[in-house]
Design a protein around this ligand. Structure first.
Ligand SMILES: [Zn+2]
Length: 173
């Protein structure tokens, strides 16, 4: 388990939405996602981040509907030259939340939080959505890679092709 450092907890607190006092209906929340956000999840792949997250929060009597909208970009290491590469992040994701005793209703793809819960921590949900949305292959366009490592790159790519049979299998799907 990740050690719960005080500074991390403090930072992530801003991603908790207290909803018990809200009237039923639509509410909007804005969040700024920066490098520190990723560090809280022990992610060191992201070198920089400048992303606006808008959450449309609909409170209903029996459930919650959250629509996450991300816009901005992050910087990561290029897979080929290891230089910084800019990755646009534009995506939307809808999450349904109901109240219950189990934690996740797989059949309905609904998140479940305990009855009587008064707040919703959206930090880790946002992190997961971002992670899935970012491309697997993070690289510059060929011509934009840093030149001095080009030879190294072609050798590494050759090696990768040979040693990772999983990708071969995926191609045949
Ligand atoms: Zn590159």
């Amino acid at each position: 388990m990740r050690p719960l450092k005080r500074s991390i907890l403090k930072y992530l607190k801003q991603f908790v939405i207290p909803f018990s006092g809200l009237p039923e209906g639509e509410h909007w929340f804005d969040f700024k996602i920066e490098k520190e956000f990723f560090e809280c999840f022990e992610n060191t792949d992201i070198l920089e981040a400048d992303v606006l997250l808008r959450v449309q929060f609909i409170k209903r009597s029996t459930m919650l509907e959250l629509e996450f909208g991300f816009s901005g970009s992050v910087k990561s290491e290029c897979d080929r030259c290891l230089g910084p590469v800019n990755l646009p992040l534009e995506c939307d994701e809808k999450i349904f939340v109901k109240f219950g005793n189990e934690t996740y209703d797989e059949a309905a793809e609904v998140l479940v939080i305990p009855f009587g819960e008064s707040e919703m921590d959206i930090g880790s949900i946002a992190y997961e959505i971002i992670y899935v949305a970012l491309p697997m292959k993070r690289a510059h366009l060929d011509s934009e890679c840093y030149e001095d490592v080009e030879e190294y790159i072609s050798i590494e790519e050759e090696k990768e092709d040979k040693i990772d049979p999983r990708w071969e299998q995926l191609k045949n799907l």
